[in-house]
Design a protein around this ligand. Structure first.
Ligand code: AKB
Length: 316
C-alpha cells in the first residue's frame, strides 16, 4: 500500500497534486503538509495534513516515520524571482529542505519525487531544443539550487540505492492556486486578467520564448514517472518535459481568438527578463517520451480554451 507525503502542498502544484494523488491512492493514504495550516483549503480538511517546515530535520523525519510514509513528493521550494530577493532563504529552504527529506527517506526507505526546473540551464546551454544532457551553469540562485538538487538526488540514489525520480518542469499554467515568485507566472496571471479586466500588463518582453505545460499534464507526468518500470529508465531523475514553447505575444493572440477585446501592454521587470533570457527558448523532451511515455495532452490551443472556460465559470 502506498503511503504518500507531499511537502509544500499548499503551493501551485501541491494544491492540485494532493487531490490528484488522493483520487488515485485514497484520501487516507496521502498526507498533505505545509508550513501553514489553511483551514479553508480542501487539502487540509479532506484528508490528513501535517504542519511541516522541511528545514526542521527532526520534524521531517518524525512526520515520515509516524505516518509510515513510503513515497515523498517533495515540492517545498522557493522559485526564481523570490530567490533573487533573498538568496540565503532560498538556499535554506531548497537545499537544507532537500537534504532533510532525503535523510528522512533514507531512514524510512521511501521513494522520492523531486521537481527540478528549466532553471538549471544558463547562458552557455544551447538555446533551442536544449538537450537532456548538456551544460547546466545557471545564473540564478534558484537554478543553482536545482542543479545541486538534481546531483544530490543522483548521489543518494547511487550511494544508498533508493529510488529518486524527477522532472525538470517548465512554467506550469494552472487555475486553482496561483503561482508565487516565479518568472513564468505571467502565463497564469494573463488569464485571470483577461477574464476580470480584459487587459494584462506583462513583465516580460513580447518575444520572450519559454516552455510551458498545463497542470493536468504536470500531474499525470509526475505519477507516470513514479510508476514507470525502472528497467526502462536510463536517466531516472531530471527529465526535460515540455508541451509548448511560446511567447507572451503568441499567448495573447490565442486568448484574443476567444476574447477579441483583450489587450496587452508591456512593463518590463529587468530582473525577471534577465532570468527568462538565461533560460532556453525550447527544450528537447525526447528522453521522457521514449523512456516512460511522456505525452502531454494540452497544446497552446487546447490549454487556452480550457483555462478560459474553467476560469470564466469560476470567476463569474
Ligand atoms: C519559475 O518561474 O521560477 C518556475 C520554474 C520555471 O521553475 N515556474
Amino acid at each position: 500500500m502506498n503511503k504518500i507525503l507531499v511537502t509544500g502542498s499548499l503551493g501551485q502544484i501541491g494544491t492540485e497534486l494532493v487531490d490528484y494523488l488522493r483520487g488515485i491512492y485514497g484520501s487516507a493514504n496521502v498526507i498533505a503538509s505545509g508550513r501553514r495550516d489553511k483551514q479553508d483549503s480542501s487539502i487540509v480538511t479532506e484528508g490528513p495534513f501535517e504542519l511541516l517546515d522541511v528545514t526542521d530535520p527532526k520534524k521531517t523525519e518524525n512526520v515520515v516515520k509516524n505516518n509510515r510514509v513510503n513515497t515523498i513528493y517533495h515540492l517545498a521550494s522557493l522559485l526564481s524571482a523570490t530567490g533573487e530577493k533573498d538568496p540565503q532563504a532560498l538556499w535554506n529552504i531548497n537545499m537544507n529542505g532537500l537534504i532533510n527529506v532525503l535523510e528522512a527517506a533514507r531512514a524510512q526507505g521511501c521513494s522520492v519525487f523531486y521537481p527540478s526546473s528549466i532553471a538549471v540551464f544558463g547562458a552557455e546551454s544551447p538555446k533551442d531544443k536544449t538537450p537532456q544532457v548538456t551544460i547546466t551553469r545557471p545564473s540564478t540562485i534558484y537554478g543553482i539550487s536545482k542543479v545541486a538538487g538534481e546531483l544530490l538526488c543522483d548521489y543518494y540514489h547511487m550511494k544508498y540505492g533508493f529510488d529518486i525520480r524527477g522532472l525538470r518542469y517548465p512554467g506550469i499554467i494552472s487555475n486553482i492556486a496561483l503561482p508565487g515568485g516565479g518568472t513564468t507566472d505571467y502565463a497564469v496571471h494573463i488569464f485571470y486578467d483577461a477574464i476580470k479586466h480584459g487587459k494584462h500588463t506583462c513583465f516580460l518582453k513580447e518575444d520572450t520564448f519559454l516552455d510551458f505545460i498545463y497542470m493536468p499534464d504536470a500531474l499525470e507526468g509526475a505519477v507516470k514517472l513514479m510508476e514507470a518500470d525502472p528497467a526502462k529508465l536510463r536517466h531516472r531523475n531530471a527529465f526535460n518535459v515540455t508541451a509548448m514553447s511560446i511567447t507572451p505575444k503568441q499567448l495573447c493572440a490565442e486568448i484574443k481568438k476567444h476574447r477579441p477585446e483583450f489587450t496587452i501592454n508591456y512593463e518590463i521587470d529587468p530582473v525577471r527578463q534577465d532570468i527568462a533570457d538565461s533560460w532556453p527558448n525550447s527544450i528537447d523532451d525526447s528522453a521522457a517520451r521514449s523512456e516512460w511515455g511522456w505525452d502531454p495532452e494540452y497544446n497552446l490551443e487546447k490549454m487556452t480554451k480550457d483555462m478560459l472556460d474553467v476560469l470564466s465559470a469560476r470567476l463569474k
